[in-house]
Design a protein around this ligand. Sequence first.
Ligand SMILES: [Zn+2]
Length: 160
Amino acid sequence: MSAAMTLTDELDAPVARTTTLFRFVEFVCPHCGVERGGVHVDGDDGVTFVECGVCHHEHSVGVLAVPTQARLEQWRSDAVHRGNVALRSADGVHGCSLLAIASCRRLADELTAPGKLRLLDEIARSVGDELHPVQQAALVELGVALGLPAAAINAMLALL
Ligand SMILES: [Zn+2]
């Protein structure tokens, strides 16, 4: 709500810029320390920043690189879905799906080791049946993409 007011205020104010793009964004505000709604301002004069809708601090657009909870959850469900597809299509000829590997790699810096193991476990169980050796190898690839040490991956496989 306050973000909308900010936008209106900005539009009503006389501005020297000829073209300025406003885009509503959800981001982790470094000043508030939590997720906030805000406005990504992109002026044609090269001035670009993210303004928090609550504290009204201006931040560099680098703050948008920090994933929000909603984005992380989306990334995680993408990884489960693509991991499931990769395991189902693992036939010993084709390697692990590149999409599944990319999805896991994207989470490597975001999840803790227990979180990564839970994700791998969820992918493994999403297949339903006992994993074939080829599928186990595919799962190891995904574990490596997540940045898990080999010992942790093998310990998890032993428990399946
Ligand atoms: Zn803020």
